[in-house]
Design a protein around this ligand. Structure first.
Ligand SMILES: O=P(O)(O)OC[C@H]1O[C@](O)(CO)[C@@H](O)[C@@H]1O
Length: 456
């Protein structure tokens, strides 16, 4: 990671970052309602740990210390809720991890321009800071350093809600991989897997705090018929251009900048499997998060945990197809055809406009790719810098520094769960407002937004 801390990229004239203080935005309801709920759930999770088994009545000095640390973290998270709800200033980080300098320099440069409080600072910054701050509370302890507060209570328990969908998709993949397909059929299958991958982004635990895990299967798309019905919900649909780009790749490299663990991760793996099977990719790089991020984002631990959990489930129910699918995936990882990569840049406060500069090493690496697939809503926000763009803004303008001539072709696959939306035709946003006033944020609408390589 570079030790030159860059300030955030300047905002283009006529735009400004979304902020919690903007009352008619999702940024506002997130800061006001959703973030306190997420933090309170963290307190609940840790309190449950504290009252479980050894920690309730510690019998060793180590357990007593562990219990005391948990109480301290609970107090600190409760303090964060208090400060957030009263719009207090954000405090610099105090741990010694390599990225602390970037966080504190960014906070200081924002503070130099105006009030550095939860509602006044850019939404993208405060929301990312919150997850980095939670991480800090754990790494500053002796006993909770490796603990992922979102893993057991949320990512892992929600897994059971998705297994049926996983079984169904694995069957579908086996069916299409064992048939001889003509060119048109190949195209149809690729199209389906891209769309499964898009709708996989609906299962996002930061938004689904109240959805029963048993209901998740109903939301997950696993059939071609289900996809067909959703076609009209794809408000920017560059599938054709994307498929054309993919058709031009043989034995290339594809990078997936992942979003959520669980079913979304599974839909990413299914697409990656197909890309290898079809001869498009001889290397697929999966980019995971370094720390617990936006509740359900995939860390490398989640990645491996998911493979283990699916295989365990497959064996338990005697699903040989699913079992052998996981074996194949382990084989692809072992052979280096699939690579899991963690770069600290993905959990820094920078928008992706700054990958070429602030993430120069990462950028040099991803420029070796033939296609970048950015999954999910947060990645979309980071790609377009979370600004209050007019919806008719061109993708090129909104991608800013990511439209560098060296940047590989890229696609953003995202179900809409926040305010920013660009690349719409004139009048489309108004039509959508009439059809569904919550289209920007309720996750029922999707975007497949492709940008080819910039021509020089
Ligand atoms: O998992 P995703 O698709 O990145 O969504 C993350 C969610 O969190 C948010 O950042 C709001 O908290 C939104 O962008 C989105 O609703």
């Amino acid at each position: 990671m570079s030790s030159n801390y860059e300030p955030l990229a300047p905002y283009p004239p006529g735009t400004s970052p979304l902020r919690g203080a903007m009352k008619d935005t999702f940024a506002y309801s997130t800061v006001k309602e959703r973030l306190p709920v997420i933090l309170t759930k963290c307190v609940d999770t840790l309190s449950r740990e504290l009252h479980a088994r050894t920690l309730a009545a510690p019998s060793s000095p180590a357990d007593a210390e562990k219990a005391a640390e948990a109480k301290h973290i609970i107090a600190e998270i409760s303090k964060l809720v208090y400060e957030l709800q009263r719009d207090r200033p954000l405090q610099p980080l105090t741990d010694t991890e390599e990225d602390v300098g970037v966080w504190n320099a960014t906070l200081a440069s924002l503070a130099a321009k105006g009030p550095a409080t939860w509602y006044q600072l850019p939404w993208l910054f405060i929301e990312c800071y919150l997850y980095r701050k939670i991480h800090e509370l754990f790494i500053l302890t002796v006993h909770w350093k490796e603990y992922d507060i979102f893993a057991t209570q949320q990512k892992e328990t929600s897994f059971s809600g998705s297994v049926k969908s996983m079984e169904e998709l694995a069957k579908h993949l086996r069916d299409v991989q064992t048939r001889t397909l003509n060119d048109d059929e190949q195209k149809t299958v690729l199209r389906e897997f891209v769309h499964f991958c898009l709708w996989g982004n609906q299962t996002d635990l930061s938004l689904l705090q109240d959805v029963a895990h048993a209901d998740m299967h109903k939301m997950q798309q696993t059939s071609a018929a289900g996809l067909k019905q959703l076609e009209e919900k794809v408000i920017v649909n560059d599938t054709q251009a994307l498929l054309q780009e993919i058709e031009g790749i043989t034995a290339g490299r594809v990078d997936i900048i992942m979003d959520n663990a669980g079913f979304e991760l599974y839909s990413d793996l299914i697409l990656a499997d197909w890309l290898v099977h079809a001869g498009v990719a001889k290397l697929v790089v999966f980019h995971a998060k370094r720390i617990g991020w936006f509740v359900s984002d995939t860390t490398s631990r989640d990645f491996h945990w998911t493979l283990d959990a699916i295989q365990k489930h497959a064996k338990a129910i005697g699903d040989d197809n699913l079992d052998s699918r996981i074996e194949r995936w382990r084989g692809l990882l072992a052979a280096g055809t699939w690579r899991l990569q963690v770069d600290p840049f993905w959990t820094l406060p920078y928008p992706f406009w700054q990958i070429p500069t602030a993430g120069a090493e990462l950028y040099a690496d991803i420029c070796k790719s033939q296609l970048l697939i950015f999954k999910g809503d947060l990645n979309y926000r980071k790609c377009v810098y979370d600004l209050d763009w007019k919806t008719t803004t061109s993708v090129e303008d909104a991608l800013g520094g990511l439209c560098d001539a060296r940047t590989p072709p890229l696609v953003m696959l995202r179900t809409c769960k926040s305010d920013p939306a660009v690349g719409l035709r004139a009048g489309q946003a108004e039509e959508l407002d009439r059809a569904d006033p919550k289209w920007r944020v309720n996750g029922k609408w999707g975007m497949i937004q492709f940008r080819p390589r910039t021509q020089t």
